[in-house]
Design a protein around this ligand. Structure first.
Ligand code: SF4
Length: 160
């Protein structure tokens, strides 16, 4: 599968120390996007899904310290990314049931549920969902976990 990269100790995306996994490909093309190199679905790096899962699992508890997991992009919820994402999330939660999983998407929660027949299979693993496209005119650098005011922070069990 294609992916954009992994940051093993990230204190910017998510809360506490996280492993950040950047997926490849995004259909939204928001003006002012900070990661335009992730737009091309054929770009980025390539590795078998099993290898990526191994990399992520090893990074989560490197040095015996468990980290949370942040999934970013690109667009993790794009149709092409949905199946590998669901397998990755399943394996991570099975191995580390107590860590938090954050996911950033350019779709709204409602758009994602409408377009994806397996949306519940993915959402069940995500503790915190940050949704909505980046809108440059609504940019606000003081916002927690978000780039623009239209985006929402949604919690599993409360909002979905
Ligand atoms: S959804 Fe995210 S990665 Fe995609 S274009 Fe918008 S800001 Fe960039």
């Amino acid at each position: 599968m294609k992916y954009a990269g992994i940051v093993e100790n990230d204190v910017v995306n998510g809360e506490g120390v996280c492993v950040s996994f950047f997926m490849q490909g995004c259909p939204h093309r928001c003006k002012g996007c900070h990661n335009p190199e992730t737009w091309n679905f054929d770009g980025g790096k390539e590795a078998p899904l099993s290898k990526i899962i191994e990399l992520v699992l090893n990074a989560i508890d490197a040095n015996g310290i468990q980290r949370n997991l942040s999934i970013l992009g690109g667009e993790p919820l794009a149709p092409r990314n949905q199946y590998p994402l669901s397998v990755l999330l399943w394996q991570v939660k099975k191995t580390f049931p107590s860590i938090k999983i954050y996911l950033w998407t350019g779709y709204t929660l409602e758009e994602f549920k409408e377009m994806c027949s397996m949306s519940e299979n993915i959402l069940q693993y995500i503790d915190v969902l940050i949704d909505g496209r980046y809108i440059e005119e609504e940019r606000d650098i003081t916002l927690k976990l978000r780039g623009s005011k239209n985006q929402r922070i949604l919690y599993r069990g409360i909002d979905y």
